[in-house]
Design a protein around this ligand. Structure first.
Ligand code: DMJ
Length: 562
């Protein structure tokens, strides 16, 4: 039988609630000004996918959306024709296993899917990744550098963005299977490793490791050490940093080749191109990833970047294009690689983030170099009928004379310009001009192909984010339109044999970095909102963003971090 209970019994509770609410209301301004709580130390930074890009102006929103469509076109083609393999052959609609056969395009592209808000594709890919078997047959070897930057970097970034535990698990599996590569006498990594037996194999360089290959695993393994608590991950890669720090190297000119058993340099070539490129990145980026807590990384970056600015930057004689080359025993080769077009972005990032670690004049120099180099990278695209840039050029150089005793060395020209009272107000190498026909370009093409590489648009993205100058977005849009025009096929996008004539002859290749890097940087370039803030995330060399973190007290003790 229902018992009658008078409503008046609730009165004291109601009064109490109103009183509490009033108190909270009065105290709110105090709470409102409390600093936000930091995320728990090991929790990945979850971000909600943005679908479609919000907060964008209409023009840039539409452009970002065009890049999402391009990604979907490439990824759908890959899934349909090459889904069991690593990469799509976009002309013959076949498939190729270039790197281990673990569905590279899918793994490398997952974080781009997340960033673009392609939720369904992301979670379908997650199911595949959960079941991947990383054990290679006997006699097969995983190339250490490529596997770390593309697969391990891809898994870690997808984990950091989504917080899906299985991704951490798979990254931990793969990270530990690759460790035997660093079991050499010196600790520098061997070219390739069998993930089942731990057997290793040399590459074409025989007994030698390239500088880029030795120094492009620290971001991935340090983040992995942080999220797993495994000391070995940290110690193996930090040992390589110690080795670099103690190396007998003149003026920050870290050579491109190192002896695998002794851990010492074996040549005198200093470069930012193919053999060295990402090593420069990983010096600055380790400093940034670990919340500016590893002075050894900063010191190495400052030494190497000072040496780049002093020795590798030159101006061409007529157009005064600023470019970066390599030197061997102080002799420049005057080669300028598309791969080196990451450098303007790196210098811009350093100038933007290093604060008091850079003396103000050095900061200006780095920022000017970034602008001049990014402009030259752009001109190598704008000069060509296809609107795309060649893979390698040979630059014309200024002959040595009384007036140019260093043959167009940029820093010397900057000093002269400053001493003359900065005529024209624009530093040498930063003046802009029209595109030029062949014969008047101040360079000739050495490798005419365009391989869907990211470096130029990567630098445009970093230039735009660090300077706010919209011109980089407009240039990026021109590049994207040229890709659509020249490289699109029925099932994806193809590398080009030559950028000289339109329509460009195609190569039957669509590298995974087109989805991991080129389209990601273009998408971020066209999105008004900073989806991956530069003070919270650090891109690995395959454009996989990893979250900035702080070593905990326990980690510092356990890993021996000073
Ligand atoms: C990418 O795999 C990486 O950016 C690497 O560091 C250099 N080469 C390619 C893209 O060109």
């Amino acid at each position: 039988m229902p018992v009658y209970r008078p409503l008046s019994r609730l009165l004291p509770y109601t009064v109490g609630a109103i009183f509490l609410w009033g108190l909270l209301y009065l105290a709110w301004p105090v709470f409102d000004h409390l600093p936000p709580l930091p995320p728990p130390p090991h929790a990945p930074l979850r971000q909600h996918p943005h679908f479609p890009p919000h907060g964008s102006s209409r023009k840039w929103g539409a452009r970002a959306d065009a890049v999402r469509h391009a990604f979907l076109h490439a990824y759908t083609g890959y899934q349909e024709h090459a889904g069991q393999g690593d990469e799509l052959k976009p002309v013959s609609e076949g498939s190729v296993d270039n790197f281990n056969g673990w569905r590279l395009t899918l793994v490398d592209g997952m974080d781009t899917m997340w960033i673009m808000g392609l939720h369904k594709e992301f979670y379908d890919a997650l199911t595949t990744v959960a079941e991947l078997d990383f054990h290679l047959d006997e006699g097969s070897f995983a190339p250490f550098f490529e596997t770390v930057i593309r697969y391990l970097g891809g898994l870690l970034s997808a984990y950091a963005l989504s917080g899906e535990p299985v991704l951490l698990n798979r990254a931990d599996d793969l990270g530990s299977m690759l460790l035997p590569a660093m079991s050499t006498d010196s600790g520098l990594p061997m070219y390739a490793v069998n993930t089942k037996t731990g057997e290793t194999r040399e590459g074409w360089t025989r007994g030698i490791v390239l500088w880029a290959e030795a120094l492009s695993c620290q971001l991935e393994y340090k983040y992995l050490a942080h999220i797993t608590g495994r000391q070995e991950y940290f110690q193996r890669v930090e040992h390589i940093m110690d080795l670099m720090h103690d190396a007998n190297v003149t003026d920050g000119m870290f050579p491109t080749k190192w002896n695998l058993s002794k851990g010492i340099p074996t040549n005198t070539q200093f470069s930012v191109g193919a053999f060295a490129d990402s090593a420069h990145e990983y010096l600055l980026k380790q400093w940034l990833l670990t919340s500016k807590s590893e002075p050894q990384a900063l010191d190495l970056y400052l030494r190497a970047s000072t040496s780049i600015v002093e020795n590798l930057l030159y101006l061409t004689p007529n157009r005064r294009l600023l470019y970066v080359t390599d030197v061997t025993n102080s002799h420049p080769s005057y080669t300028f690689e598309h791969l080196s077009c990451f450098l303007p972005g790196l210098l811009a990032l350093g100038a933007h983030t290093l604060g008091a670690a850079l003396d103000p004049r050095v900061r200006d120099i780095h920022a000017w170099a970034a602008q001049g180099l990014a402009y030259t990278c752009w001109m190598t695209y704008a000069d060509h009928e296809t609107g795309l840039g060649p893979d390698e050029m040979r630059m014309e150089h200024v002959p040595r004379s009384e007036e140019s005793p260093y043959g167009g060395l940029w820093l010397y020209e900057v000093d002269k310009w400053e001493e003359a009272g900065k005529p024209g107000g624009v530093p040498p190498g930063l003046q802009e001009g029209p595109p030029m026909p062949a014969g008047k370009r101040d360079y000739r093409v050495q490798k005419a192909g365009y391989f869907l590489r990211p470096e130029t648009v990567e630098s445009f993205y970093l230039m735009w984010r660090t300077t706010g100058d919209e011109v980089w977005r407009e240039r990026g849009w021109a590049v994207f339109q040229a890709i659509e025009r020249e490289a699109k096929t029925k099932s994806g996008y193809a590398s080009l044999q030559s950028v000289e004539k339109s329509p460009a002859p195609k190569k039957d290749e669509m590298p995974s970095f087109f989805l991991a890097e080129t389209l990601k940087y273009l998408y971020l370039l066209f999105t008004d909102e900073e989806l991956i803030p530069l003070d919270q995330w650090v891109f690995n060399t395959e454009a996989h963003p990893l979250p900035v973190f702080q070593w905990t007290e326990w980690e510092k003790k356990a890993y021996g971090i000073i």
